[in-house]
Design a protein around this ligand. Structure first.
Ligand code: HEC
Length: 107
């Protein structure tokens, strides 16, 4: 029983601190990006209902601001909050991918 408690305490610490996103989760996230984010931002992220999410379009904004936009959404606009679906580390990872540019041939 004691051991189980130790494990329960340890697990959240592991996931929250993880900057490294496991490869399977990375492909899930890229899938989410194309399909869910892509529904508004365009399958190739060049824009649609939402603005383009290309490196050159995002470069003008502070990173924190973009991260907040993804996690909390933007009130008064169709941009929804994603914090129920993404951890902070996952949102950061996705933003990293967007800022460096998603290779269109990759998936
Ligand atoms: C229901 C439509 C919709 C979905 C789904 C959506 N977005 Fe957005 N997003 C928007 C709109 C609209 C804006 C612009 C808000 C504004 O006018 O300030 C926006 C803004 C943004 C911005 C800021 C860019 C800028 O130029 O202001 C980022 C980054 C972003 N979205 C990322 C994402 C990511 C990542 C996902 C998927 C996890 C996602 N969005 C899903 C509609 C959407």
């Amino acid at each position: 029983m004691k051991r189980l408690f130790a494990l329960l305490f340890f697990l959240p610490a592991l996931t929250v601190g993880a900057d490294e996103i496991p490869p399977e989760r990375q492909s899930d996230l890229l899938h989410l990006l194309r399909h869910d984010c892509g529904a508004c931002h365009g399958m190739t992220l060049k824009g649609g209902l939402g603005p383009p999410l290309l490196p050159q379009s995002l470069a003008i904004y502070p990173r924190e601001f973009l991260l907040q936009t993804i996690l909390l959404g933007r009130a008064g606009t169709p941009m929804p909050p994603w914090r129920d679906f993404l951890t902070q580390a996952e949102a950061e990872w996705l933003l990293e991918q967007l800022l460096k540019g998603i290779d269109d041939n990759a998936s």
